[in-house]
Design a protein around this ligand. Structure first.
Ligand SMILES: [Zn+2]
Length: 116
């Protein structure tokens, strides 16, 4: 494929595709939710924090089953690409989804390494 994620670096927000400054963890009841935080400069020189919701830190679903199911689904897509005839629109859509997947996985991994 040879395509690299645009924007450079690993700190790319999976929601908007722009680099983020930090990850915030917000506790709500017994769950922790992750937000990518963008710091935006306003015309008057002040700074505003914009948060994009990424997802729960530890989804409640059975991790083993869902992780295996997710890998299997991705493998199915890869197999499909072996024989499918794809037009540019579909290729762009798949690239967008694949890049989002990579961004989310990097955020999860980065958050893990902060906790450990
Ligand atoms: Zn964002």
């Amino acid at each position: 494929m040879g395509r690299r994620p645009k924007g450079g670096g690993d700190r790319i927000c999976p929601v908007c595709g722009l680099p983020y400054s930090t990850i915030e963890r917000k506790k709500h009841g017994d769950r922790v939710y992750l937000y990518a935080v963008h710091i935006v400069k306003l015309p008057d020189g002040s700074r505003k924090r914009i948060r994009h919701y990424i997802g729960p830190e530890n989804p409640r679903v059975s991790k083993l089953y869902s992780a295996r199911a997710a890998v299997k689904k991705i493998e199915n897509v890869i197999d499909f690409l072996g024989y499918a005839k794809l037009d540019d629109v579909f290729i762009d859509l798949l690239l967008e989804k694949a890049e989002k997947l990579v961004s989310i996985l990097r955020v999860i991994k980065a958050t893990r390494s902060i906790q450990n």
